[in-house]
Design a protein around this ligand. Sequence first.
Ligand SMILES: Cc1ncc(COP(=O)(O)O)c(C=O)c1O
Length: 429
Amino acid sequence: MTDPDIILSLFSRLRGRFPALEIDSSGQKRLYLNSGAGSLMVDSSIRAMTEAGQLNPMPGQIASPEIATADLHKTVRQLAADFTGARRPEEISFHFSTTGALFNLAFALRKLFQPGKNLLVTDLDHFANITPWETIGRAGGAEIRTARLTSELTLDLKDLLSKVDSNTVLVALTGASNALGTILPLADIISEIKRKSRALVVVDAVHLAPHAPLDVQEFGCDFLAFSGYKIFGPMIGVLYSRTEAQKLASPYRVETNRPEPPYCWEQGMLPNQLLAGLKGAFDYLMDAGSQAKSGDTPTYPRKLFLRAMESIKKYELELSQYFLERWRRMDSPRLKLYGISDPRRALSRTPTFALEILGLKPAEVKRQFWENHRILIADGNHYSAVVVRHLGKKDLNRVSLAHYDGPDSIDRFFDGLEHIIFKLNKSSL
Ligand SMILES: Cc1ncc(COP(=O)(O)O)c(C=O)c1O
């Protein structure tokens, strides 16, 4: 088989690993097109969480059940390091969520935010990577700057770089927009930022992580966060902190907590079930990586993650192109798509599409998709500054796919869309 054939047969097999793909929690058939809000859980993650109920609650060094729990913590930390490309497991810490991780981080870096200094956030980000910086930065007296968007709703890199100077202490930016799907060329942007300043760079990789490989060495970032429930596992936040950057931080910790990384970054006992579930998701991705190519199968987790995520990226590129081509063919004055819409530029986006049906409120669009077609899409602001600040809208619809979707998911969506537009046109005659 050629590599493209392997990829196609791989993705049709991987779909079978998601028990909730077609059947919702009430046992009904439906199509889930809201993976941007939270991906479906993979079978190995669900199983691992159930089995973790048997674990000894506390990790330890003496009794064998304690050792098993300590081993789980150690294994997941190492896998998270492999998933992100971190050099050592001490650079990984676990948090309640990405939002929680970034609030913790902002607090830990509070001493940097002083009068005369500035920090930069962007209009493309989720508020999880804006509000912590604005809140703690402003409290310390630092100036808050905002990088704007272009008319095509991508980040205006010229504007961003013009706002970085020798007093910039931190730049917070996203890997990919959860509202529009736009992917940023992180390595290029960060190297430019670092050429102009000594600013720390914090990347929100929550939306990027399920769609493309993460590589903190290639990106050149100092911190990066992602969430387990967007990569086919449970709700848990993961933070990468570069060893050199850790030295600039004073994380808040209780006096008796161990003072060295990664422990000093974490508050309280780690959640065993969530860590086991996260490991189940990592195991799935490594399994996908081992099947993604003909020839030798690598055994290193880092290699397996890279293979899995490269294949997912390739496969999803085709999904995005197909979606955008079908959107073009609709050619309806009632339809508006936000973000990159040219199928030839689909490599710069994830299969996450913000859209509007003119003449219908987003909540009504969502209701009609659900009630008439059993398709679950999103409405709302998606906690995204693009929607709230840049477009000044209260809400937009969003259709977001993952690698367990196929062209058939897109066909079903467009059948529903055509029907809704047809009814709307008829009612306004
Ligand atoms: C891009 C992005 N960043 C941050 C978050 C927040 O993640 P968490 O729910 O883990 O705090 C989300 C959640 O939707 C997101 O999409």
